[in-house]
Design a protein around this ligand. Structure first.
Ligand SMILES: Cc1ncc(COP(=O)(O)O)c(C=O)c1O
Length: 365
């Protein structure tokens, strides 16, 4: 038995998403790039590579990882590049997307040997969180005004528009794409490619994949553009668990169980967005609050139902632990970093990464 805590990436679950991505690519002609900001556990890149066209990135480190570990098409994007990193970014990328006209004009010459693009902000999004809303008031994420972009059109051949957030509603996607077309049609007609970013939950069970593919194909035909998608969460959703063990139990008006992990250190997004973890199964007469072991009072995974009273040593699987988790894990409180394990298609499990005191020590100086 592998020592907890560990993230367990299950290839057979990952395969379900990969097959949907492959189907979408085939039906729509769109290309799909893995968004490394969401998931960068490169131990499964060999597996994912057959189903996707490459990666997109948000920094020098990510673009390098995409180039070195995934290969195929490597898109570079960042909210802002620095002078000291731009040459290296360009050396790894085959396409670079600038966030603003300012960055584009600053680095256009340096990047003239690769494909150049610009991020557009349509001012509409599907986000229910202000924090994650790219179209929030005064958003710095992309250019809003056609008049600002038109004068630099000869420097770019395409655009990236990321305005979907956890959007599982095809009609909403369709409506927003319509608004994008209305707003940016003069620019889109001059483009060769358009990336519609991530945030579209098209690998979900109920999602109308054929309608989505048809809409992308129509968009591509209307403007004569190669469409790209940048699925992060959709690529890895429901593929991974965080495996933990109960270290202690208490009763403080509610039943509590403390586990050998921490929301703040190992599933930080739950804390940022004030969401509960997911547990499966979540049935039974024993309602117990699952708590992390860091000193943060609110380090709580959530309250769940169990078929038995939890005991010290019991193991629990926290669901859906791939996206924005491993990429954000940290050494808060020096809590033991979860290992990373992979369940192969034949059911065998191998540990691909373990962390120890040296990693903690080397994260600081
Ligand atoms: C530009 C861009 N592309 C892709 C993504 C991936 O989004 P998701 O993981 O929701 O699919 C994001 C997420 O913030 C993004 O900002």
């Amino acid at each position: 038995m592998i020592q907890t805590p560990y993230y367990l990436i299950d290839k057979s679950k990952l395969l379900r998403n990969m097959e949907k991505i492959a189907t979408l690519r085939e039906l729509s002609g769109a290309k799909a790039l893995l968004a490394l900001k969401c998931f960068a556990a490169w131990g499964v890149f060999d597996f994912m590579r057959d189903y996707m066209d490459g990666t997109t990135s948000s920094s020098l480190n990510e673009v390098r990882l995409g180039h070195e570990r995934f290969g195929k098409e490597t898109h570079a994007y960042s909210v802002a590049y620095a002078d000291y990193e731009i040459d290296e970014v360009i050396s790894y990328a085959d396409k670079i997307i600038f966030n603003s006209v300012g960055q584009l004009t600053r680095y256009a010459d340096k990047a003239s040997g690769i494909t150049r693009g610009l991020r557009l902000n349509p001012g509409v999004s599907s986000s229910s969180f202000d924090l994650a809303d790219p179209a929030r008031p005064f958003s710095r994420l992309g250019e809003w005004d056609v008049k600002t972009v038109e004068p630099v059109m000869d420097l770019v051949s395409g655009f990236m528009i990321h305005n979907n957030c956890e959007n599982g509603d095809f009609d909403l996607f369709d409506r927003m794409l319509g608004e994008i077309e209305t707003k940016f049609a003069p620019l889109l007609r001059k483009a060769e490619w358009v990336s519609l970013g991530g945030g579209i939950h098209f690998t979900g069970e109920e999602y109308p994949l054929e309608k989505f593919a048809e809409r992308l194909k129509r968009f591509s035909g209307e403007y004569g553009v190669q469409v790209y998608l940048e699925p992060g969460e959709a690529s890895i959703t429901k593929s991974t668990t965080l495996e933990v063990s109960v270290l202690d139990t208490l009763y403080n008006g509610k039943k509590l169980a403390i586990v050998d992990s921490s929301v703040e250190a190992h599933m930080l997004d739950l804390l940022i967005y004030r969401e509960s973890a997911k547990m499966s199964p979540n049935e039974g007469p024993h309602r117990i609050m699952i708590c992390g072991k860091s000193c943060l009072a609110g380090d709580i995974f959530g309250e769940f139902n169990f078929d038995h009273d939890l005991q010290v040593g019991d193991r629990i699987s926290i669901q859906d632990a791939a996206g924005y988790t491993m990429v954000k894990k940290n050494w808060f409180n020096g809590v033991q970093m979860p290992s990373i394990a992979i369940r192969e298609l034949d059911g065998s499990i191998r540990t691909v990464r373990e962390f120890d005191y040296t990693d903690y020590e080397h994260s600081l100086s």
